[in-house]
Structures are given as structure tokens and as C-alpha cells.
Design a protein around this ligand. Structure first.
Ligand code: PAJ
Length: 279
């Protein structure tokens, strides 16, 4: 496995890939867990070569967010990639990745008005910019994203379509603990007590899904159920409970088209997100 530390290392590695070989790309911010590993496994199986990027992207963190605190266990990440049969890990320095006078950004208009886009201004602009730049460097045939971050995955898929990028976007189901808690690099911030309480996100989504499958088609009612179930876990703060269309990511009233039930909740200082795609 190669560790590529600079943009020119990566370009050289990419240029040496023989024509006709496919490259699968898994962008991450590191602190790898079984959710990331599922994406990596898919990328490895479905392509001749798999590249993982590990880069905590400063552009997608707000001024009061956890950029400096974000876990960076590079050695164990490297080992996990090695064991998973990854061909190359791209781990650039922020100082080289973005020049001091960097001034170019990519935005998918409208898709960031609700959910995390509303509570994290500029976040998806940072995500789109880094991923577009990574796509340009890696030139993958396929790229792998988790449905755990559903707004991110749908925004990036729209960017790929709108800009005619020549790659396939693969969206992978959310990997969960046995309790139902979605795996996240931020789970390490949770105390044992908070972790137990946070299972309420999965419980609430499961309850609302059961009602929907029983015939409930009123979005407001389902949102009420979601909120009530989350409230039983004594959350520090509910950031949002939303039901939005999959096509436009805007709130829907009746549930006649494919939709997402999405929640974001603070336990202590840690903000967790989760969602179900339906039908
Ligand atoms: P990060 O949070 O490290 O996540 C990397 C990828 O792993 C994302 O596509 C995310 O959706 C996926 N993932 C996280 N938890 C998952 C889980 N429990 N099950 C399945 N997939 C999961 O998302 C980012 O990094 C960044 O925004 C990035 C795209 C790398 C751009 O900086």
C-alpha cells in the first residue's frame, strides 16, 4: 500500500495506473470505523484499485465546530486500510491542499436550504469543493459515499450529474451498532450514558417507519412521533426533525414521493445525525 502525502505523489500514482484498470475512490476524514470499512470493502471489490483519502477538510467546518478537536488517529487508520487491501492512501497536508490564496468554490444551489445545510452554513460548499478537487486529482471510475450522510450524498450526486463528471456515484447503506446507533467518528465524544440515550434516534426512526408502512401518510404526524420518541431520551437539544423529498431535499407534506426522514440531535456537545430513506 502506498501513502501519498503530496498532490504530486497522487498525480504520479494515478498516471501509473494502466489504461483499462478501474479505480474506486473512498473519500474520508479518517478516524475510520466499520461504516468507512464497508465503503472501502465495496470499493476494493468492485474495482481493480482502491484509493482512500484521509483529510480533515477545514473548509467544511464552521468557526465554532470541532475542526481542531476532530480525531486524527493516522497510524491505526493506515493499518486498517492496509489490512483491507487498499492500494493507496492519499493524506495531504491542509497547507498544500489549499493554497493560501485559494478562492474557488463549488455549490449546489437549493439543496442546502434544509437539514444540515440550514444549521451548518457553508458546510456543503466546503464538502463540494473538497470532493470536486479530490475527484479531479484521483479521477476515479467509481466513488463511494454513505447514506448515513444522506444530504451530502445527494448533493454530491447532483454535482456529478450537473457538471457531467465522468464517474459513478455509489451510495452505501448505513452501518450500525447492534443497538441501532449509526456508526460515526463523532461517537468517540459520547459518554456511555449519552451513547445509550442516542439510540433514541434509531428507535424514533424505526417507530415512524412502522407507522408509515401501516398507512400513515401525514408528514406532520410522523414528525410528531419522531420528536416525541427523541424527547424520551432527554436530548441536550434537537437541532432538526425533518421529512424532505429525495429529489429536491425540501420539506414535503404528504408522502407520495420518495422521501427521507432525517434527524439531528445534540447529546452533550456532540451533534449526531441519522435518517431513513423511504419507501
Ligand atoms: P467522513 O465523515 O469521514 O465519512 C466518510 C464517508 O463514510 C462518507 O461517505 C460517510 O457518509 C460514510 N459513513 C460515515 N458513517 C457511516 C456509516 N455508519 N455507515 C456507512 N457509511 C458511513 O463525510 C465525510 O467524511 C466528508 O464530508 C468527506 C466526504 C470526506 C469530504 O470531506
Amino acid at each position: 500500500m502506498q501513502i501519498l502525502r503530496t498532490l504530486s505523489d497522487l498525480r504520479q500514482w494515478r498516471a501509473a495506473v494502466p489504461a483499462g484498470r478501474t479505480v474506486g475512490f473512498i473519500p474520508t476524514m479518517g478516524a475510520l470505523h466499520a461504516g468507512h470499512m464497508e465503503l472501502i470493502e465495496r470499493g476494493r471489490k468492485e474495482n481493480d484499485l482502491a484509493v482512500v483519502s484521509i483529510f480533515v477538510n477545514p473548509l467544511q467546518f464552521g468557526p465554532t465546530e470541532d475542526f481542531t478537536l476532530y480525531p486524527r488517529p493516522f497510524e491505526s487508520d493506515r493499518e486498517l486500510c492496509e489490512r483491507a487491501g487498499v492500494d493507496a492512501v492519499f493524506a495531504p497536508e491542509a497547507g498544500e491542499f489549499y493554497a493560501k490564496d485559494h478562492a474557488t468554490y463549488c455549490e449546489v444551489e437549493g439543496f442546502d436550504r434544509f437539514l444540515c445545510g440550514a444549521s451548518r452554513p457553508g458546510h456543503f460548499r466546503g464538502v463540494c469543493t473538497v470532493v470536486l478537487k479530490l475527484f479531479n486529482l484521483v479521477q476515479p471510475h467509481r466513488a463511494y459515499f454513505g447514506k448515513k450522510d444522506i444530504q451530502q450524498a445527494l448533493i454530491l450526486r447532483k454535482m456529478v450529474t450537473d457538471l457531467s463528471l465522468n464517474l459513478e456515484m455509489i451510495l452505501v447503506d448505513t452501518v450500525r451498532e447492534a443497538s441501532g446507533l449509526a456508526l460515526s467518528s463523532r461517537n468517540v465524544y459520547l459518554s456511555e450514558g449519552e451513547k445509550d440515550r442516542a439510540v433514541a434516534l434509531f428507535r424514533a426512526l424505526s417507530k415512524a417507519r412502522a407507522l408509515y408502512l401501516d398507512g400513515e401518510k401525514n408528514a406532520e404526524k410522523l414528525k410528531g412521533i419522531l420528536k416525541a420518541e427523541i424527547e424520551t431520551s432527554d436530548p441536550t437539544r434537537i437541532d432538526y426533525v425533518e421529512i424532505v423529498s429525495q429529489a429536491r431535499l425540501d420539506p414535503v407534506l404528504s408522502l407520495e414521493e420518495p422521501f427521507v426522514m432525517a434527524v439531528a440531535v445534540f447529546y452533550g456537545k456532540t451533534r449526531l445525525i441519522d435518517n431513513f430513506l423511504l419507501p
